[in-house]
Design a protein around this ligand. Structure first.
Ligand SMILES: [Ca+2]
Ligand SMILES: [Ca+2]
Length: 474
């Protein structure tokens, strides 16, 4: 089995130190060779961090955010709970258990959460996004909603639920559902492509390029919202200054997204987003009103490297249902080269990783997605040279990536490499502590660069504290 040199060296060196501690010290400027899976490559960072387990036993934590009370606020996707964790001693309080949550698959349950910027200062509102079953009978009609709770600081509980926006379609896969509060006082919510045209759902067409039609919006039928980022007023209504797309104003702010699981506003007031690619080309995007982010016609940059769109549902004359899904695409399935696509409002990513050359053999070298999930923008002077940078969690690679906004074309730097699936992160106001939550199951990469389902700290809140330059005495 071929191993990246850097990873192999690291694996040998790692035995002397505690695995988790050494993991915290690992980072890399990624510059893999042509025959290496780029998600398995890293080396030592210029900064040192210590690592601490703050809380374990979380049931698939999905959103972690720093609260104005100095606690970490966490949603548990499978646990259906909003939990607050005190970073000082790991003690925790359940703020809400949401009985209406319907959770049965890998990408549903209690997902996004956004705290009102004036929480504990007069607007004690917490917004959550989750899946529920809209069918009162035995069938399951999976839908997503955004709900507002009021936080009662004396009982430390969320109460008085008010539904803000309901009936959003939520597919069996690629559910996205990150929820953030904008500096403009609006809520932003991400919608995935439902996993269509992929794996078990390969005969279902992707609708990320289709825009809502006026009659649907008037009827509050949100079926045009797949593969979109939505912008809404706090009462769920459509902002009067949302973009008009295809002649229709709706909640849709941007379109052409695959599975955008990371969103955060930067100090520049701009919205940054990450999305999970198919085999290659995870993306970090700057989100601008009305723009088209390409999926599924363009993945990553418009560069004709590796990816071409194969529309299985349009197979002819052999219907899709008669085909077997796989990486070998039958000739009856129409394919579209990126360079043959002209999207008037296309917005390329500010960073795509990992892009691999055409001819990269995914069956030998493995899937090259880092599986980007939660994202935050680092804007503190505490760690020299970091501000402003994007920090984004890699699930399938077990790393946190840093992308300096001033040098986003350079390869991403990696931190905290470990046998984990990092789902989301939060940055403490002091800028020295970074909190990361992990999945309870799924695949990651070992320190030797090999795929594994064994996770070091499943369902855990980890704290990484900056201690200075690597190698410096302190
Ligand atoms: Ca894109
Ligand atoms: Ca591309």
């Amino acid at each position: 089995m071929r191993r990246p040199v850097v990873a192999s060296l690291l694996a040998r060196g790692a035995s002397a130190v505690g695995a988790l501690l050494s993991a915290a010290l690992v980072a890399a400027q990624i510059a893999p060779g042509p025959n290496v899976n780029p998600r398995t490559v890293w080396s030592n960072p210029p900064e040192a961090f210590t690592t601490r387990v703050v809380a374990a036993g979380l049931e698939d934590p999905w959103e972690v955010t720093w609260g104005p009370d100095g606690w970490l606020w966490i949603t548990e996707r499978v646990g259906n709970r909003v939990v607050r964790v005190n970073p000082a001693d790991g003690s925790r309080k359940v703020a809400a258990t949401i009985g209406e949550v319907h959770q049965e698959l890998a990408q549903d349950g209690l997902l996004g959460m956004a705290l009102h910027p004036q929480l504990l200062r007069g607007s004690d509102y917490v917004y959550v996004m989750y899946t529920y079953d809209a069918d009162s009978g035995p069938q399951v009609e999976r839908r997503s909603k955004i709900r507002r709770y009021t936080y009662d600081a004396s009982s430390q509980e969320l109460r008085d639920p008010v539904d803000v926006l309901t009936g959003l379609p939520h597919g069996p896969d690629h559910g996205a559902s990150r929820l953030v509060f904008g500096p403009d006082g609006k809520l932003y919510a991400s919608r995935g492509d439902h996993g269509s045209n992929f794996l078990a759902f390969y005969c279902v067409p992707i609708r990320a390029q289709e825009l809502p039609v006026a009659a649907d919006v008037a009827a509050r039928n949100w079926r045009g919202y797949e593969g979109k980022i939505l912008r809404l007023n706090l009462d769920g209504s459509i902002p009067a200054d949302n973009p008009v797309l295809g002649g229709v104003r709706s909640h849709v702010f941007t379109y052409g997204h695959r599975n955008p699981q990371g969103m955060a506003f930067g100090p520049d007031g701009r919205l940054y987003e990450s999305e999970h690619g198919q085999d290659t080309d995870d993306e970090v995007n700057r989100i601008d009103a009305g723009r088209n982010y390409g999926w599924p016609l363009i993945a990553g940059y418009k560069d004709d490297q590796y990816y071409t769109y194969a529309n299985w549902s349009a197979s002819a004359p052999t219907p899709c249902a008669n085909l077997e899904y796989g990486r070998d695409v039958p000739s009856s399935v129409p394919r579209t080269k990126e360079s043959d696509v002209n999207l008037a409002d296309f917005a390329p990513p500010i960073k795509a990783f990992f892009t691999v050359p055409t001819g990269y053999d995914v069956r030998v070298l493995g899937n090259a997605t880092a599986a980007l999930a939660g994202l935050d923008v680092y804007a503190s002077p505490a760690i020299p040279g970091w501000s402003p940078s994007i920090l984004v969690a890699g699930m399938a690679s077990g790393a946190i990536y840093r992308i300096p906004l001033a040098a986003s074309a350079a390869p991403p730097l990696t931190y905290f490499k470990a046998q984990e699936r990092y789902r989301d992160l939060a940055i403490a106001p002091d800028g020295r502590r970074i909190y990361v939550v992990t999945d309870t199951r799924g695949r990651s990469v070992t320190l030797a660069g090999e795929s594994t389902a064994e996770l070091a700290h499943p369902g855990t809140l980890l704290e990484f504290t900056y201690t200075g330059a690597a190698g410096a005495s302190r």
